[in-house]
Ligand binder design. Structure first.
Ligand SMILES: Cc1ncc(COP(=O)(O)O)c(C=O)c1O
Length: 423
């Protein structure tokens, strides 16, 4: 395991060379899906080989200690304990687990910002329908110059009818970083439980989940940590240990009826079991036989960026944010992510005119092998271009975008109509 902070600044082009990246693509979309470092790919492939070669030996004997090791490593990395850490396939699964498993007092409302990730908002719409709650959004000051503006907006929006507050730690459309700790503290003062969508926060920010104080903190490891797809998580906040029901009923459901190996009841629900979990965690996490090799490769992903040095990685990301703001700003697009310290991370978004034909713009960009999301939001009506800049992003890639974008926008404004086959 590499030490936490090497002193010398890494050679970024050598670090990029260790990433599996298609050299023909200008990759500016880590925010949707992270690519893999070669050692992480090698590790998950080696684990999958063991599973393929001897599935019984793998599931019964080899995987449990690896699962516990992965749980300990990632829990420590995120500032929590393995006893609170539930692995999930992705953040959607974690949010669904909380939303479906949590009983809220009916007759009130679910409160969220007006910039939540679309299908996660749907997840809460369904909770509203099932539990007779309304869903209300409040407008987020997305270009705030101080995090307190966001806290004040939330405090104004919360009412005695609010049964739960849901918000993203880092907004998907713009990359704005919300003051999660302060929002959770204010909600707690008002007796409102918090569910945080930390899809982008793990590895992008120096995260200490326990100090944030959310009732339920969820996240992804396949984005900024560069772990394989299939790795997400839920951290159960203090006092919420027994509030959730699992989405899947499987062997973890009756750990009390089926004591596991050497674990006896007296050792309690948080004692490590013979499956790499604890009875309390397994109750929520175990969904039957499945490929959890991505979870077991998480330590390799932590090691990869630890070796580069987290301060160095985050300084490099900050340098690229400054470069992106300048170069894309110079072609005339206005910034949609605050430049104020602490309010942005590894994604920088720009406003596009809402008259642009989005399908055409996406096609023009991809015709030039530029991988970048064009994000449409309604309520409020916004069209955004979001640049992701991880340590392996190069200034040359941002330059490619800046050089090609005016022509792409021109084409998307004038010859707007495209046919269904994209032509
Ligand atoms: C804020 C936010 N929440 C949830 C998700 C869903 O992530 P996943 O598909 O990995 O579950 C995303 C994906 O980009 C996101 O940005």
């Amino acid at each position: 395991m590499p030490s936490e902070q090497p002193s010398a600044s890494p050679d970024w082009s050598a670090a990029r060379a260790r990433m599996i990246l298609d050299p023909t693509v200008t990759m500016l979309n880590t925010g949707s899906f992270g690519p893999l470092p070669q050692p992480v790919f090698d590790r998950v492939t080696a684990i999958r080989h063991c599973l393929a070669a001897g599935p019984t030996d793998f599931y019964v004997r080899q995987a449990p200690p690896l699962l516990w090791e992965a749980r300990e490593r990632i829990a420590t990395f995120l500032g929590t304990t393995p006893q609170r850490f539930v692995f999930t396939t992705n953040v959607s699964a974690a949010i669904n687990l909380v939303a479906s498993g949590l009983r809220l007092n009916s007759g009130g409302e679910i409160l969220m910002t007006d910039h939540e990730y679309g299908c996660m908002a749907w997840c809460w719409d369904r909770v509203g329908q099932r539990q007779a709650l309304s869903v209300r959004t409040f407008p987020l000051p997305t270009m705030a110059s101080d995090p307190n503006e966001i806290v004040e907006a939330m405090c104004r929006a919360i009412t005695p009818r609010t049964r739960v507050l849901f918000f993203s730690h880092v907004l998907s459309p713009t990359g704005l970083v919300l003051p999660a700790k302060e929002l959770c503290a204010e909600a707690r003062k008002r007796g409102v439980p918090t569910v945080v969508d930390g899809a982008h926060a793990a590895a992008m920010l120096p995260l200490n989940v326990d100090s944030i104080g959310a009732d339920f903190y969820t996240g992804n490891l396949h984005k900024w940590l560069l772990a394989p797809s299939g790795a997400g998580f839920l951290v159960i906040g203090r006092g919420n240990e027994d509030r959730l029901q699992p989405l899947h009923v499987s062997w973890g459901y009756h750990a009390d009826k089926y004591p596991i190996g050497e674990i006896t009841k007296s050792e309690g629900p948080d004692a490590r079991d013979n499956y790499g979990s604890t009875p309390r965690i397994r109750f929520l996490e175990f969904e039957g036989t499945r490929d959890f090799c991505p979870w077991l490769a998480v330590p390799a992903a932590i090691d990869f960026q630890t070796e580069l040095g987290w301060n160095a990685v985050r300084n490099r990301i900050a340098e690229l944010a400054t470069y992106t703001r300048k170069v894309i700003g110079d072609i005339g697009l206005s910034l949609a992510t605050p430049a104020a310290p602490g309010m942005h991370g590894a994604m920088t978004a720009f406003n596009l005119p809402t008259t642009v034909n989005t399908a055409r713009l996406r096609k023009e960009l991809w015709d030039r092998r530029i991988e970048i999301p064009v994000i449409e939001r309604t309520h409020p009506d916004r069209l955004l271009l979001r640049v992701s800049h991880h340590f392996y992003t190069t200034e040359a890639e941002i330059d490619v975008l800046a050089n090609e974008l005016p022509t792409c926008l021109q084409a998307a404004r004038s010859g707007g109509i495209i046919t269904s086959n994209g032509g």
